[in-house]
Ligand binder design. Structure first.
Ligand SMILES: *Cc1c(COP(=O)(O)O)cnc(C)c1O
Length: 424
């Protein structure tokens, strides 16, 4: 009998055993140890497929926002599926180059690009710099001119719309550090057009992350298109419009619109306003990978208490920082289903911080040694992981049908001390 896990079609129980595509999660954990990230290739391609369907017949490019998960094999998969990349550091550029990604398909976002990062990206020949301040325009022009180049630029507009998400992942409001204020945008484009080291190629916005409603996107699109009209009226043509990323995933039963449905609405608006044939770009991260992975963890100890019961597992805030950082919710499911009644537990890791929790007040029927699957662990987990408490990073496995590929070895502790020196 097959029982699906809500929102995760590629992770289902068959005869009481959780599977990733057609492989038993328990077998993967036995072979590779825990904590272990298990990815479904089909889940990632299905998520990308929703965007590709949405854009069928349009001139559109999906640039995977790789900070969501920058493991090399994940980048390789999206490159092979036809994606470009949205990067936010020089380090991410090196990862793209390491998997043979085309620099021309790379866009570089972020408020604090250094001169060294700019020079390297120019030398590599990236497709576009998404510039986030007027000061950055000046520096980028200087760096490009010094290298005898013209940097392709787009200005990131802060459209001042409320994405109605967690304050730490909202980026399109006046009080956020991101982008150039809507009112300053035209002046910034005029300046960009006269700077010797720049070539204006586009406009972009990105209003936040884990957005579960289409209305902020529709509002932001109107605000950006108003600017496109104003900038072009000033004689500065814009080749592409980039609407950023930010579409949410289902963590806990709140269903965001599907990518193709969202884009059907957005494309209707683009058509109405006469921009339907413009080259489009988007920068999705979480929605491509978030629900394509689980983190498998072992129950180390059960610790019943007067006020709370604790389920202590071998994954922790260093592996999965989202609960500690944003009080985020991850589903926690048994790898082997039992029929008994559950007990309410706080699921916590071994790290010495009260903030080291993974789930609160979860009904679980578990014993010591059981395996649990922490759901929706594909985005902003491994890429945000740390070595706090000198804990090595977990291993990662990519499942493709009936085949498992180890894509990251468990980190050896010796690597954590590499580069450190005693005083002598
Ligand atoms: C983080 C980020 C994205 C991706 O956001 P998701 O919510 O993961 O889709 C896209 N563009 C920029 C500029 C970002 O900083």
């Amino acid at each position: 009998m097959t029982q699906t896990t809500p929102g995760h079609p590629f992770f289902a129980w068959k005869d009481g055993q959780l599977h990733a595509e057609s492989l038993r999660v328990e077998d993967l954990a036995r072979e590779h140890g825990t904590p272990l990230f298990v990815y479904s290739k089909a889940a990632m391609l299905a998520a990308l497929g929703a965007y590709q369907r949405g854009f069928a017949g349009r001139r559109a490019r999906v640039c995977y926002a790789m900070k969501a998960n920058s493991s090399l094999a994940i980048l390789q998969l999206f490159k092979e599926a036809g994606c470009g990349f949205d990067i936010v550091s020089g380090g991410e550029l090196e990862r793209v180059l390491a998997v043979g990604g085309k620099p021309a398909d790379v866009i570089f976002s972020g408020v604090g690009k250094t001169r060294a990062e700019m020079a390297r990206a120019l030398e590599a020949g990236i497709g576009c710099f998404n510039v986030e301040s007027e000061a950055e325009l000046e520096v980028l022009s200087e760096v490009a001119a010094a290298h005898g180049r013209k940097a392709p630029v787009s200005i990131r507009v802060n459209p001042n719309v409320d994405a109605k998400t967690h304050p730490y992942i909202s980026t399109g409001l006046k009080g956020n550090k991101f982008g150039i204020a809507h009112e300053r945008t035209l002046a910034a484009y005029r300046r960009a057009a006269e700077l010797p080291g720049l070539q204006v190629v586009g406009i972009d916005c990105h209003i936040g992350s884990q957005i579960t409603d289409s209305s902020p996107y529709l509002d932001a699109m109107d605000r950006v298109l108003d600017l496109v009209e104003a900038v072009e009226k000033a004689g500065i043509p814009l080749r592409h419009i980039d609407f950023g990323g930010g579409l949410g995933i289902d963590y806990q039963g709140v269903l965001p619109p599907a990518a193709d449905q969202l884009w059907a609405q957005l494309l209707r608006k683009l058509d109405e306003r006469g921009f339907g044939q413009r080259e489009l770009m988007i920068e999705p991260g979480r929605s491509l990978v978030g629900n394509a992975a689980i983190c498998v963890t072992e129950v180390l100890y059960l610790k019943p208490g007067e006020q709370k019961n604790f389920c202590i597992v071998d994954a922790a805030m260093n592996d999965l920082p989202r609960p500690a950082m944003y009080e985020a919710y991850h589903g926690i499911l048994p790898v082997r289903r039992r029929e008994g009644a559950g007990t309410a537990y706080d699921v916590v890791g071994p790290v010495c911080e009260s903030g080291d929790w993974i789930g609160r007040n979860r009904e679980l029927d578990v014993v010591q040694g059981d395996l649990l699957a922490i759901m929706s662990a594909g985005a902003y987990c491994m890429s945000m992981s740390s070595n706090y408490n000198t804990r090595p990073r977990a291993a990662e496995v990519l499942v493709d049908g009936g085949k498992a590929h180890l894509i990251r070895e468990r980190e050896p502790v010796a690597d954590l001390m590499r580069g450190e020196r005693l005083v002598r």
